[in-house]
Design a protein around this ligand. Structure first.
Ligand code: AMP
Length: 181
């Protein structure tokens, strides 16, 4: 049977990289709202035009928009056999909407990638994406602490903490081990 997973952790913790590698390793789709939104921005769709400035400032796109995107994505055939959500949910309304979307097939594990703030700041500023100005990075971290980190309580029963400091293969190894427990 497939797996229904969620990756949480501050921006810059390496969620995207780890999520992609984990999905390739265990053969489930990687569902990243950040990737979907950046795709809209690149294609200059209506949604992309609305989201661009918000993303550049490090703020959150509206719950309504991202919930609709995930709703559409989760009903696609490949997601029937499991998936890994990355970057969604980021707020309590998103988490509640996801609970409803998944009603009969709830998440089974939440991987919480743990990386200290100083390390996260250094990593993001080094990465240099267009939405990575120092101010935007600080906003993204503050938004994470205020809105997303509290979701760890929502998922308390299924959270699996993973130390996110170390080489990419080392961290992946830790995630795979934790999921095998
Ligand atoms: P990420 O690649 O996950 O860091 O997402 C990049 C940016 O897209 C974020 O800084 C937000 O502006 C926006 N974004 C991605 N996922 C969400 C979400 N679940 N809710 C609101 N905004 C999001």
């Amino acid at each position: 049977m497939g797996r229904r997973l969620l990756m949480l952790g501050p921006p810059g913790a390496g969620k995207g990289t780890q999520a992609e590698m984990l999905c390739r390793t265990i053969g489930i789709p990687h569902i990243s709202t950040g990737v979907m939104l950046r795709d809209h921005v690149e294609r200059e769709s209506d949604l992309g035009r609305r989201a661009r400035e918000i993303m550049e400032a490090g703020d959150l796109v509206s719950d309504e928009i991202v919930i609709a995107m995930v709703d559409e994505r989760l009903v696609q055939a490949d997601a029937a056999c499991g998936f890994l959500l990355d970057g969604f949910p980021r707020t309590r309304p998103q988490a509640e909407a996801l609970d409803e979307l998944l009603a009969r097939r709830p998440l089974e594990a939440v991987i919480n990638l743990d990386v200290p703030t100083e390390e996260v700041l250094a990593r993001i500023l080094d990465r240099g994406r267009s939405d990575d100005t120092e101010e935007a990075v600080r906003t993204r971290l503050a938004v994470y602490r205020e809105q997303t980190e509290p979701l760890l309580d929502h998922y308390a029963a299924i959270v699996r903490p993973v130390d996110g400091v170390g080489s990419i293969p080392d961290v992946l190894g830790r995630i795979v081990r934790v999921l095998a427990e």
